[in-house]
Design a protein around this ligand. Structure first.
Ligand code: 13P
Length: 253
């Protein structure tokens, strides 16, 4: 199989967005319907408080809804947590797991991330599994080792091109305005493709590999043109329809 996967541009709203922000979601849905995302699929991952509302607005459209995290268990005594099944019930199709902010803020290990990804897949969600190196690790020449270890240890059982997306997000590029060079992104994504093919065989060609970290309308076209970059995971610039669609426009013919 040598066909390129359908690109995915996903917005991670992080801890941003009140109900008033839902007007941006309607605008994204309408712009997508007008063909402004070209051949790319779009997903919006709002805070959990807005998942059901976003899913409602995007129902029947080409814009999917996602969550930003899930618990590894399906139900039980876990105050404050949300299971993948609950997220699916609220209307989510995707869930981000292993974002570096959760690895740092909540001390999530790759083993924990793997359990979450497996729970997501079992619930019928597509897991967006994040990997990426710190500035210190990059400067020490450890990028591929770090990313390879994260992939290996957090790789979920049951993964397929439909149930798993990988997002490469160098930690030092998140929210900083800094991005790796296209050549640096190409090196990591070629490595990720080899790893995914090693773990999944021929099916690995179809797994979408996203780049994330300071993606903006001004750099999207260049970054999305890098071989084995099948879309973007966007933070700050996904909060407005104008910037998010400016990024998705990289996939307009
Ligand atoms: P920024 O696009 O704000 O750099 O965030 C990237 C990110 O962490 C997406 O998950």
């Amino acid at each position: 199989m040598s066909t390129r996967p359908k690109p995915l541009v996903a917005g991670n709203w992080k801890m941003n967005g009140l109900k008033a922000a839902l007007s941006e979601v309607s605008a994204i849905r309408d712009a997508a319907a007008a063909g402004e995302a070209g051949r790319a699929e779009l997903a919006i991952c709002p805070p959990a408080t807005l998942i059901a509302a976003v899913a409602d607005i995007c129902k029947g459209s080409s814009v999917a809804t996602g969550a930003q995290d899930c618990h590894a268990r399906e139900s039980g005594a876990h105050t404050g947590d949300l299971s993948a099944t609950m997220l699916k019930d609220a209307g989510a199709a995707y869930v981000i797991v292993g974002h570096s902010e959760r690895r740092t803020d909540h001390h999530e290990t790759s083993e924990m991330v793997r359990a979450k990804a497996e729970a997501a897949i079992a619930a019928g969600l597509t897991a967006i599994l994040c990997v990426g190196e710190s500035q210190r690790q990059r400067e020490a020449g450890e990028t591929l080792t770090v990313v390879g270890e994260q992939i290996e240890k957090s790789w979920p059982k049951g993964a397929s091109p439909d149930s798993l997306v990988i997002a490469y997000e160098p930690i030092w590029a998140i929210g900083t305005g800094l991005t790796p060079t296209p050549a640096d992104v190409a090196e990591v994504h070629a490595f990720l493709r080899r790893e995914v093919e090693r773990l999944l065989g021929g099916q690995g060609t179809g797994v979408r590999l996203l780049y994330g970290g300071s993606v903006k309308p001004s750099n999207a076209r260049e970054l999305m043109a890098v071989p084995h970059v099948d879309g973007a995971l966007v933070g700050g610039a996904s909060l407005t329809a104008k910037d998010f669609m400016g990024i998705a426009a990289a996939y307009k013919a």
